[in-house]
Design a protein around this ligand. Sequence first.
Ligand SMILES: *Cc1c(COP(=O)(O)O)cnc(C)c1O
Length: 234
Amino acid sequence: MSETGTTVAQALPEVLRRIRDAELRYGRVPGSVQLLAVSKQQPAGAIRAAHALGQVQFGENYMQEALQKIAELADLDCEWHFIGPLQSNKSRHVAQHCAWLHTLDRLKLAQRLSDQRLDSQPPLNVCLQVNISAQDTKAGVAPDAVIALAKSVHGLPNLRLRGLMTLPAPAEDLRAQREPFAELRALLEDLQRSGLPCDTLSMGMTGDLEAAIAEGATIVRVGTAVFGARPPRR
Ligand SMILES: *Cc1c(COP(=O)(O)O)cnc(C)c1O
């Protein structure tokens, strides 16, 4: 087996164990937290190795790279999630090749995606990216604009609004890590109370997945702990 294959074979079960342990520790239903393996900047062979171990959901951030891997791995039944910033002029690729978009942050983009999704495809699952505790990054919707955007997105025929995603500033200890995740959970509860059938909190990465699970994450997006450190971007 290749070196990456060996890494993944050891690391993936370890990450799944971390998730199960956190579910138990924080009183979550066993199996209610799904692992999205973030494969950005990792070779297609590493995804193959993870897939051979049963992992099906993969997250990519960069369009060119994502399209190459999606084509190269077309023989596998991977479920592709786009989790990077999405320019409007690239929306068609996500609409036609991905099952999920985690970073929806504006109505114009949502309308394009809905128009571009083929009628032969199931609706594109989307999460609104919320700008909680962001330091320098401007990515995401402001918390007070979430409900209005969610209602508009909910009305689009070829999108399925699943919930909310956030990428908070790194924090040192568990208590500080939990704060932005608790805010995101409260926002999801607002959406549910206003009648939107949302079920997803996409939050938590290698360094803070336990904090996210404690606050109700249903998808954790984990790269480094699954695949090892990323090579520098070319
Ligand atoms: C890279 C990335 C991750 C995974 O980060 P790790 O720390 O490697 O687990 C998760 N979410 C997003 C949006 C990312 O860009």
